[in-house]
Design a protein around this ligand. Structure first.
Ligand code: ZN
Length: 242
């Protein structure tokens, strides 16, 4: 089976993306899968879209991507996310907007039984959060694949449903079992929210499922955000990982 790296929620943070790609380069990965939210919050939307296009084998859309290109409303975004998405709309090039407009809501890699979705398999266009074992159990009925990768909450986890439908959650790694199914949240490259400011991504192959964390130059990203006039709250939260 192919060795994958799964990344999500880059949010225009170029330093985090470059650092994660460098780490992935050392891991003997065949393909990179991207789960959405290339832009929003951070200071380098164009650079991140272009780098992801070069490096990712498969890409899907996140709510910030669609909001930034007029495909979805951002009425329910908070004040800071709204300010950032309006800045992103002004900053994105025509070509990158066009590219983001073409991103699908879900993708499947049929021969390896993988589903990719930013929010949840149930109603992907509603951008629900999958953050509990309860929601995971509910969503297992909405896809057929063995493995589903999600993002959106910026909090990484590995949820396993055993052959008896017993649900367990892991926060570091898990050796995949033949009879189990998995919902894995890749966490966030560019704005982690689980209390750990290090960028998050997933390594995945037939016998290996692992959450990886990697520190990057947060101060440089913060300086760029300041220069761009992005909200102070968004600048500060990067260092807190919240
Ligand atoms: Zn996000």
């Amino acid at each position: 089976m192919t060795a994958y790296a799964v990344i999500s929620d880059v949010h225009a943070n170029l330093e985090a993306l470059e650092t994660v790609l460098e780490e992935i380069g050392k891991e003997g990965v065949d393909k990179i899968l991207f789960l959405g939210d290339a832009v929003g919050y951070g200071p380098n939307p164009n650079e991140c879209v272009e780098l992801l296009r070069q490096k990712a084998a498969v890409m899907i859309a996140g709510n910030h991507d669609w909001a930034a290109v007029g495909m979805d409303s951002y009425d329910n975004f908070n004040l800071y996310a709204k300010a950032a998405i309006e800045w992103t709309m002004k900053t994105l090039s025509k070509e990158n907007k066009k590219f983001l407009q073409g991103l699908p809501l879900t993708e499947t890699i049929a021969n390896e039984s993988i589903l990719l979705v930013h929010g949840t398999p149930k109603e992907p266009a509603m951008w629900h959060y999958l953050i509990s074992e309860y929601t995971a159990a509910l969503n297992l009925a909405y896809f057929e694949e063995k493995n589903c990768f999600v993002g959106h909450s910026h909090q990484p986890f590995i949820i396993e449903s055993s052959y008896r439908n017993v649900i367990s959650t892991y926060y570091t790694s898990r050796k995949p079992r033949d009879a189990s199914r998995y919902i894995v949240n890749a966490g966030s490259v560019g704005q982690p929210r689980d209390g750990n400011p290090d960028a998050s991504y997933i390594l995945f192959s037939k016998d290996h499922l692992q959450i990886k964390r990697v520190p990057y130059d947060i101060v440089l990203t913060q300086k760029k955000m300041e220069k761009a006039g992005l909200p102070a709250y968004l600048i500060e939260r990067l260092a807190a990982g919240r």
